[in-house]
Design a protein around this ligand. Structure first.
Ligand code: URA
Ligand code: SF4
Length: 205
């Protein structure tokens, strides 16, 4: 099984993690990506948001959630008056997985084996920051932290206790809002994500 474990430092600080991350060859995804994308945010964050993997823009710029999905997230955080700079934002998988189609690089969902390979980095980040609440954004992050059989649409917004974090919630990924075909649908999905994010934020207090 591919795993990042040999590359993860024993001492879990965000500094040590950020320094070691670029050395990772824990799975094949490092081969084609531009760079590894570490988490971003204060070491004292009470809330950690976990996305799937960097997208095209994130891969080029080296920061999580700065592309279109990041704009959706920023909008919701602003709406809830949660300062993004107080939140630690990261991904279940740290390298961009894509297929090249002409000039476009199309996102590909990570496999369970890739999510599991990268999981030691995510657990190290949780151990370094010890956030009061972790919110999984979408199925990949939920699989990583809540298990492969977690039923996202049934159990979204519910409190889960895990060995590595007392309070873990899950909700849909911001890109689901972007993919909505029509307006009432888009608005509904945005509200869905907003409500779950508000719940997670409440649980930090
Ligand atoms: N989607 C994610 O899951 N993470 C990012 O960082 C960007 C888009
Ligand atoms: Fe390592 Fe994760 Fe990148 Fe795979 S995706 S090479 S496990 S950092």
């Amino acid at each position: 099984q591919p795993t990042a474990q040999p590359f993860v430092p024993d001492h879990h600080t965000i500094r040590a993690i950020a320094e070691a991350l670029p050395t990772c060859k824990g799975c094949e995804l490092y081969c084609h990506a531009t760079q590894v994308v570490p988490g971003r945010g204060p070491a004292t964050a009470a809330l950690m948001l976990v996305g799937e993997q960097p997208g095209d823009q994130e891969d080029l710029q080296g920061e999580p959630f700065i592309g279109p999905a990041g704009a959706v997230l920023d909008h919701i955080l602003e709406d809830l008056r949660i300062p993004r700079k107080e939140v630690y934002v990261t991904n279940a998988v740290k390298h961009f997985k894509f297929v090249q189609r002409g000039k476009l690089r199309l996102h590909q969902s990570p496999r369970m084996s890739e999510i599991m390979a990268c999981r030691p980095w995510l657990l190290a980040e949780i151990d370094a920051i010890k956030p009061k609440v972790v919110l999984c954004l979408g199925a990949s992050a939920s699989k990583s932290l809540l298990g492969g059989t977690f039923a996202l649409m049934k159990d979204h917004g519910k409190l889960n206790s895990t060995p590595f974090a007392d309070k873990v919630f899950a909700t849909i990924h911001p890109s689901a809002v972007l993919r909505a075909r029509d307006e009432p649908n888009r608005q509904q999905l945005q509200q869905f994500l907003t409500d779950d994010l508000a719940k997670a934020w409440q649980a930090t207090i």
